[in-house]
Design a protein around this ligand. Structure first.
Ligand code: EPS
Length: 402
């Protein structure tokens, strides 16, 4: 069983991740963790904390011998440089901000000072998830699985994705081949808001500038995908083994994410069944699919097509305009304080989304081919797939059998 625990407060000394259940022998490229940490920190619309103060680096303090996992828990520490800037005794924050964990956290834990609540509820915690996700990506690499992401909308500005497509976004993405998905993700990598459509990107940045000037924030949507996913992950036999549900939980656990879609789910809900299928064909001596409306999952099981997930992130709740609230000790009216934050964190959330999908897939691969050591897991994988390249071929063909 693969487990991830994170600990640490946003302005405490460090954020910590413990990953247990990775088999021995996973090759970890040393730079891969820091590379993903840097990708998460970027993005137009981020505040001073992430652009000027923090320089996230993972210090691996257990579980690796050289560049290989040992089977022991992998422990990672990420320093919070902003810890050094904290006052010894910060004043308590007593008027909870709507949209944050402040009030709900008080109702649950009985803590009056919501500074304490926000310290752990903060999205700073996602640095630990991205570090753990980087390990999961390294674990998935020998299976041929690759992940990517791009932003499809910020505020009211939607990107045009899917070459020259005029149709619904989700359907257009569902028609993209794996290499086209990766082309979009690569283009996003060089864009300030991780958007592969340059004209939309410029308008997205304008929307962010406008929001910043008005003391407001903006949300948006992003797409995360995985290609080369081994078929047969997850199961229809029990509700909690359906991979759709595990994907949705993982994505919705990202701060400020309120919605998740697998494949073009919302588009498909408006289409007749005859148009919403992925016809099964015989092409070049193999079974092939004409589209990917299912988003890579049928019956809660990966079908070898790319896994396609899109998520909606609400505008961040830290707005600079006056926010009426109450003093939780007395019930008297008291404006909620503005606490420094980002104007937009959708590009960062896309990188966190990759980490979460990598995590869910790594869990599912271990469920299916599980073991204590990488060589045994790859041997088990080979018995059903004859190796990654054949697996990919069979995945595309949907031909893997018992
Ligand atoms: C966050 C508020 C901001 C963000 C932070 C998440 O932090 P601060 O209040 O210190 O300015 O910068 O995100 C990060 C620090 C990060 O690394 O992602 C929040 O309230 O969730």
């Amino acid at each position: 069983v693969l487990r991830l625990l994170t600990a640490g407060e946003s302005h405490g000394p460090e954020i910590v991740a413990i990953v247990e259940g990775l088999p021995a022998g996973v090759q970890i490229e040393p730079e891969s963790i820091d590379r993903d940490l840097a990708r998460r920190q970027g993005g137009y619309g981020r505040g001073a904390r992430s652009t000027k103060i923090e320089r996230d680096r993972a210090h691996v303090v257990g579980g690796l011998s050289g560049d290989r996992t040992t089977g022991a828990p992998v422990a990672l520490r990420i320093e919070n440089r902003d810890f050094a800037n904290q006052p010894a005794t910060p004043p308590p924050l007593l008027a909870p901000r709507p949209g944050h964990a402040d009030l709900a956290g008080r109702l649950k834990y009985g803590i009056e000072d919501f500074r304490i609540i926000r310290e752990r509820a903060s999205a700073r915690e996602t640095a630990a998830r991205v570090a753990a996700g980087a390990l999961a990506k390294e674990f998935l690499r020998p299976f041929g699985t690759r992940l990517g992401s791009f932003v499809v909308q910020i505020d009211g500005v939607a990107a045009s994705v899917g070459s020259g497509s005029t149709g619904a976004e989700g359907v257009a993405i569902g028609r993209l081949a794996a290499r086209e998905l990766h082309r979009l993700s690569k283009a996003a990598e060089h864009d300030p808001v991780r958007c592969p459509d340059p004209s939309a990107s410029a308008r997205m940045r304008e929307a962010i500038d406008r929001a910043r000037a008005e003391g407001d924030t903006v949300g948006g949507r992003f797409c995360v995908f995985a290609t080369g996913v081994p078929p047969g992950l997850g199961s229809y036999v029990q509700w909690d083994r359906r991979l759709d549900g595990r994907v949705a939980q993982a994505i919705c656990s990202i701060h400020a994410v309120k919605g998740v879609e697998i494949g073009p789910a919302l588009d498909v809900a408006t289409m007749p069944g005859t148009k919403a299928q992925d016809p099964i064909e015989w092409r070049d001596g193999a079974i092939a699919r004409r589209a990917n409306m299912a988003g890579g999952l049928e019956g809660g099981i990966t079908n070898g097509q790319p896994l396609l997930v899109r998520a909606a992130m609400k505008p961040l709740s830290s707005v600079r305009t006056r926010t009426p609230s109450v003093d939780v000790r007395t019930g008297e009216p008291l404006d909620a304080p503005y606490v420094r934050s980002d104007v937009c964190a959708v590009p960062a959330a896309a990188v966190v989304g990759e980490a979460m999908i990598a995590w869910v897939l790594a869990e599912a691969v271990l469920d299916r081919f599980g073991g204590d050591r990488m060589d045994a897991i790859l041997a088990a994988f080979a018995t059903v797939s004859n190796g990654p390249s054949t697996a990919r071929r069979e995945a595309a063909a949907g031909r893997e059998g018992p």
